[in-house]
Write a protein that binds this ligand. Structure first.
Ligand code: SF4
Length: 424
């Protein structure tokens, strides 16, 4: 640790546990650099890009809360909510923190951190720190501290924005939604697109594209992997998870999924650095899950990843499916739900989770049928599987949905959480 002028304490490289654990205070993981002033703590990734800011002063809302900059260059505020007990955020999100997003989403609880001067002051302090680093006299400084300062100065706000655009350009568009299961690793994934579009183009959906489903050519996937390796650079070692996009990667089939996962595993050096099983995430649909054969699951099960597949069920009530404009028969949804349970029981390294909708405008029958389904679902012997309830984005009064959520959660044999739609 080096002490600079203006009371800046610099730690060139620190190591927190690589595995992200569910803890109420504070959320810490990976290898990073840190600069502390008397009032703020700034954390940088291994490329010198600002990643976390946490207030240490009395105006900061809570010592466990912090701002996080995503790879998409969004500043997300991590709130601990207003109850710290098991009735707090953990009871409906499965995590101790609620990521408060700077863009419209489906959050059940809106925290407008942008209007909180105590939080917004952190951005002014970040600009001030940058200016101070610019003016720091480097003679006499240890070479490691000098290198870190240069690295940070190379990553001003314009560069950070351009890097997020570069990431989108490599994968061919922004990831508009991450699977809910990525909450287990604080949404820290490397994205790799193996397909575009989706099969249904449901009316209610706020993340869809206009494209018809189309798998990417092998050469495109391999080129993305090559470019992503360069893009992430040294910070690659802080990632332990891969997201195969986009909205229905399962439909791309075993060959492309396994090619993408295996090549990424090799090229990103995941095997060399991680002491625990890396995670693979993808979305699937009712159709692609029903179509997937034993061979596909066998292959996935033998990948060096633990794989989460998240399926959009939305409802098992026919009028609700019609109302939300999802062109799938309720019998198919039920069949896919049963297949989820069977796959979770049969394959050690695969976990399928499912999403259903919530919202004021949905029919009572939707909730009755969902509660019945979850009440009668078999209890998993291996603890696998989860159901996510996703508030419809334009539904007003989302927090008022919580009592209904708890009612379903209390009846369910499968763990139930709220799905927060988050982009990369
Ligand atoms: S819910 Fe899924 S399948 Fe339906 S439009 Fe959205 S992305 Fe496509």
């Amino acid at each position: 640790m080096y002490n600079l002028l203006n009371n800046l304490l610099i730690s060139v490289e620190k190591q927190d546990p690589a595995k992200i654990s569910k803890a109420s205070f504070p959320l810490r993981y990976g290898k990073y650099s840190e600069i502390k002033t008397s009032e703020y703590e700034f954390r940088f990734n291994l490329n010198g890009e600002i990643k976390f800011i946490r207030g240490l002063n009395v105006n900061w809302p809570h010592p466990a809360e912090q701002l996080k900059r995503t790879d998409g260059n969004d500043w997300v505020y991590y709130s601990v909510g207003d109850k710290s007990s098991e009735h707090g955020i953990i009871s409906w999100l499965g995590e101790y923190y609620l990521p408060c997003l700077p863009y419209p989403s489906n959050s059940i609880w809106e925290v407008n951190y942008l209007s909180n001067p105590g939080i917004m002051h952190a951005f002014a302090e970040w600009s001030q720190l940058y200016a101070n680093l610019y003016g720091v006299r480097k003679d006499g400084l240890h070479s490691k501290a000098k290198d870190l300062i240069s690295l940070i100065l190379n990553n001003d706000d314009r560069v950070l924005y351009e890097r997020s655009q570069k990431l989108n350009a490599i994968i061919g568009g922004r990831v508009s939604v991450l699977p809910p299961d990525t909450r287990h690793i604080d949404y820290e994934i490397i994205p790799l697109m193996i397909a575009d579009g989706c099969l249904y183009h449901c009316k209610f959906c706020c993340v869809k594209t206009a494209q018809q489903f189309k798998a990417r050519p092998r050469a495109d996937i391999l080129e993305q992997i090559r470019q992503l390796k360069t893009f992430y650079g040294r910070n690659l070692e802080n990632y332990n998870a891969l997201f195969l996009g986009n909205h229905d990667a399962l439909e791309a089939g075993d060959e492309l999924i396994c090619l993408a996962a295996s090549e990424a595993y090799k090229t990103f050096g995941i095997a060399d650095k991680r002491k625990f099983t890396p995670l693979l995430f993808l979305f699937g649909s009712v159709t692609s899950l029903l179509k997937s054969e034993h061979r596909l699951f066998e292959q996935l099960n033998h990948l060096p990843f633990y794989t989460y597949i998240n399926i959009g069920f939305e409802s098992i009530n026919k009028p609700t499916l019609e109302f939300i404009g999802k062109p799938v028969d309720e019998s198919k949804v039920l069949e896919a739900f049963q297949k989820m349970i069977d796959v979770n029981a049969a394959y050690t390294n695969i976990e399928i989770t499912g999403n259903f909708l919530m919202g004021e405008t949905l029919l009572p029958k939707h909730y009755q049928s969902l509660a019945e389904l979850l009440r009668n679902a078999p209890v998993s012997s291996n603890g696998k599987g989860a159901i996510y309830l996703s508030p419809i984005k334009d539904s007003p009064k989302k927090r008022e949905l919580l009592p209904q959520f708890y009612e379903i959660q209390n009846q369910s044999q499968i763990p139930v959480y709220i799905y927060l739609i988050q982009r990369l």
